[in-house]
Design a protein around this ligand. Structure first.
Ligand code: THU
Length: 160
């Protein structure tokens, strides 16, 4: 038998420990929660991408009366950014969730479908994308999407 152990490193930062750039990105994700259309779950999620030219693109979850048709904040932001600026890799994504009138102490972690889409962004540009998960108790940061989705299925997998 062979055995593989996959490890992920997650760093937890307080607001004053984040760089100015990262703090700004987290703030953009927090603000994006307020643009969420989530009348069914009442769970407002915001995402903010930092493109490599320094610009920020945001998105929020968009729900539908036909529940499965809704889209998560991460994918709303990513697809918008990739349409507007396909020439620019994404350096980082920040994610925040707001419900019952407050941000949660523990960060929200992206769903599996969003992780796969985030992974495609890394794969597309051959460049890691940092992920910042905001919670009032701290922002969890990983340096690559791969830390959140080990044992990946990517374009290369189709060639084997
Ligand atoms: N949601 C996101 O926008 N991002 C996530 O990573 C998890 C869940 C949304 C989908 C749905 O509109 C609501 O949160 C409740 O699941």
């Amino acid at each position: 038998m062979d055995k593989y152990v996959i490890k992920s490193e997650i760093c937890v930062y307080q607001d004053n420990e984040l760089s100015t750039e990262d703090r700004e990105l987290v703030e953009a994700a927090k603000q994006a929660t307020q643009q969420s259309y989530s009348p069914y779950s009442k769970f407002q999620v915001g995402a903010a991408l930092r493109l490599t030219d320094g610009s920020i693109v945001t998105g929020s979850n968009q729900e539908n009366a036909s529940y499965p048709l809704g889209l998560c904040a991460e994918r709303t932001a990513i697809f918008h950014a990739q349409h507007q600026r396909p020439d620019l890799p994404v350096a980082a994504i920040a994610i925040a969730a707001f419900a019952n009138g407050h941000f949660y102490p523990e960060p929200i972690s992206p769903c599996g479908a969003c992780r796969q889409v985030m992974l495609e962004v890394e794969d597309r540009y051959s460049r890691p994308m940092r992920v910042l998960l905001y919670g009032t108790s701290g922002t969890h940061v990983v340096s690559t999407v791969k830390a959140l989705l080990p044992f990946q299925f990517v374009s290369e997998s189709l060639k084997k």
